[in-house]
Design a protein around this ligand. Structure first.
Ligand SMILES: Cc1ncc(COP(=O)(O)O)c(C=O)c1O
Length: 386
């Protein structure tokens, strides 16, 4: 049975929001940059937060706000992944979880492998702990992006201490294959390195694609890996601050358990309440209709680009609502989003922020109404034609 796609709010309603997406640029700019969605909240989240607001329930987050069990049950239901709730610990957001793990598994001056083009804060959070990012770009096989396992092996052999993985990958939307993840785990184990897997986009893997949680890729992956994730991308909860760190091995679990309590105290209470509501079975229908809307939009984007910007190169992502588009052939320079913002009044994410491989690229957030996507690509197309 096909699921009805979720309807986005109107741009007039969205402009009343106070988040970055709607406040960063003036009203004549269509914002398709930062990873927020234009959809209404899942009803279970609205109900839970409304109840909390009514009660003035705005104090500190309790030690176990329910997010451990909610995540474990979600992982089993949606990914077939068995998670021990005792090995789930919360913190305020995914990048903070990554930083806290890096702080333990690396020493200042160590190198940490990142796989560009990749979510720009990855570079900063590695530097935040005094380590240095070592880039091993994804390989473009011609019809997909893959981890460069030989490159990663060479970097580990050269002394890199950890791999910061993005699965599914931002900005390409790639859900990495189980075999690649298992091979990565073997490499990491062989060199005594850790793998930190940012899985924030996992709830958004499309039904036709398959997502392997890193910790479930193999027994070795379970030992060397840390997963950090959140309901915040799928359910648009980024401002509420709740993420989880998940482990499956005794040593990795001890590393997370030994973190100062302050790491967990930073979890936002509204983030935890909303996260529990998001991950509960009650919100599955919402997630399915969101996926249906995103499925339509990822295909609509292909059609719109073919019609208005035939020189653009785009590969439909497996997951998420971010499209990585190569505009090199338009001749708009290394950072085409600058010209697009200035002249077409459409805000896209700047390709070069994702690493040197992002030259000539833009990242488009298509978690919006189809007519907004159509308007944005039509405006950019008019610029190309002028
Ligand atoms: C891969 C990835 N990790 C982390 C984040 C940010 O998560 P948080 O706000 O929980 O730190 C994003 C946001 O878009 C992301 O795409």
């Amino acid at each position: 049975m096909s699921v009805a796609p979720l309807q986005a709010l109107s741009v007039d309603e969205l402009r009343r929001r106070s988040s970055t997406k709607w406040r960063r640029y003036p009203d004549d700019v269509l914002p398709l940059f930062v990873a927020e969605t234009d959809y209404p909240l899942a009803p279970a989240i609205t109900a839970r937060l409304t109840e909390a607001v009514g009660l003035g329930d705005t104090g500190y987050t309790p030690p176990d706000p329910g997010i451990r069990d909610a995540f474990a049950q979600f992982a089993l239901r949606r990914f077939g992944w068995e998670v021990d709730p005792a090995r789930v610990r919360s913190t305020c957001d995914v990048m903070m979880g990554v930083v806290e793990i890096l702080r333990v598994v690396t020493n200042p001056g160590d190198r940490v492998i990142v796989t560009p083009p990749v979510y720009p804060p990855f570079y900063d959070c590695v530097r935040e702990v005094g380590a240095e990012p070592e880039t091993v770009p994804l390989v473009d096989t011609g019809d997909a992006w893959e981890l460069d396992l030989l490159g990663i092996e060479a970097a580990l052999a050269g002394g890199a201490r950890a791999v910061l993985l993005c699965n599914p990958h931002n900005p390409t939307g790639t859900a990495h294959a189980r075999e690649s993840l298992a091979a990565l785990a073997d490499l990491a184990a062989g060199f005594g390195a850790a793998v930190i897997s940012d899985e924030i986009h996992a709830p958004l893997v499309q039904p036709g694609a398959s997502f392997t949680p890193f910790l479930a890729a193999s027994e070795t992956a379970a030992k060397v890996g840390f997963a950090v994730t959140s309901a915040s991308k799928a359910f648009n909860l980024a401002g509420l601050k709740c993420a989880v760190m998940v482990t499956a091995g005794d040593e990795t679990a001890k590393i997370v358990a030994d973190m100062p309590d302050e790491v967990e105290w930073r979890t936002g209470l509204f983030g935890a309440l909303a996260g529990v509501a998001a991950l509960s079975p009650e919100s599955d229908a919402y997630l399915d209709s969101l996926l249906a809307a995103l499925d339509e939009n990822r295909r609509l984007l292909a059609d719109l680009l073919a019609e208005h910007l035939p020189a653009a190169r785009y590969r439909i992502p497996d997951a998420g609502y971010l499209a990585w588009v190569d505009l090199t052939d338009l001749g708009w320079g290394d950072n085409p989003a600058v010209k697009i913002l200035r002249e077409a009044k459409v805000a896209l994410h700047f390709g070069p922020y994702f690493g040197a491989e992002g030259a000539g690229h833009v990242r488009i957030n298509f978690a919006c109404a189809p007519e907004v996507l159509r308007e944005a690509i039509t405006r950019i197309g008019a610029l190309a034609a002028s």
